[in-house]
Design a binder for this molecule. Sequence first.
Ligand SMILES: NC(=O)c1ccc[n+]([C@@H]2O[C@H](COP(=O)([O-])OP(=O)(O)OC[C@H]3O[C@@H](n4cnc5c(N)ncnc54)[C@H](OP(=O)(O)O)[C@@H]3O)[C@@H](O)[C@H]2O)c1
Length: 282
Amino acid sequence: MKNKTVIITGASGGFGRTFTKTFLNRGYHVVATIRDEAKKSVLLEGLTPKEAEDMSFALLDVADEESVNNFGRFVQGLECVDVLINNAGFAVAGFAEELSMKEYQFQLETNLLGVMRVTNHVLPKMRKQGKGRIINISSISGLIGFPGLSPYVSSKYALEGYSESLRLELKEFGVDVVLVEPGSFQTNIWSSGTHMSSKAGSSHSPYFELFTGMNKRLQKDRETYGDPVEVAKLVLKVADKKKTPTLRYTVGKGVRLSLLAKRLLPWRVWEKIVLSQIRNKD
Ligand SMILES: NC(=O)c1ccc[n+]([C@@H]2O[C@H](COP(=O)([O-])OP(=O)(O)OC[C@H]3O[C@@H](n4cnc5c(N)ncnc54)[C@H](OP(=O)(O)O)[C@@H]3O)[C@@H](O)[C@H]2O)c1
């Protein structure tokens, strides 16, 4: 049987790198997209010669129109694309009042418009094939809002809406659209993958106390964050499913419970819980 082809955006680190290894291990041909050629060597580390042979690289910055157009030409040359994983992303953090529109745009260019740009280059191929699976890596932040993260949360909520519409549009063409919604996992998004607004953290800010509480919470919880392999196994399962996958898959410690609590509790109770978790600094 011919290898299936998967395109993975943002493959240089974090989930993307783990997805790449997991799909190669399963026998897929992986098109790993990176935006910095120097990161090729990181991805090749630890691969068997057969796995390295099954992988191709493409340069892609999803926030850059020209880069995506070049990538589109590369996609045209592929025989078939079975799975597209829109994974590339990062987080802009800060408090709404202190954020500029540029910072919101910066966030949306990658996490939302980037997904739309890439998808529009892959979609015609999948539609003509009469099959394909688009897996968008959303987040629990696409279902629950958090203070200090409104750009990121907005980008993921918008991704959820986009994906719901796209799923309905593509149903009759045999192309499935799926959202994977992870909780907190140990990747670089908590360090180099977060762009902190310049005003956040200033002791003159009215949000300083909230910021300090959030930081303490983050440091305390960080070591409990999950292993990206758990997400990779789920994404592979969704890609391999014989039956049509459902729209949403959540993954991660406490995610289901949080979603259930948010759905069932009155909002006033829910917000008290969220804020008390941040303000409780012990
Ligand atoms: N980790 C979590 O807890 C968590 C939870 C929920 C959802 N997610 C989502 O998972 C996805 C992957 O994030 P991660 O946690 O694996 O973070 P990560 O370790 O920081 O990896 C992010 C990847 O995205 C790439 N990237 C960022 N901006 C890009 C752009 N404009 N064009 C192309 N590639 C770009 C990065 O490339 P460079 O190496 O070039 O920077 C890197 O390969 C994101 O969509 C994120 O929102 C993560």
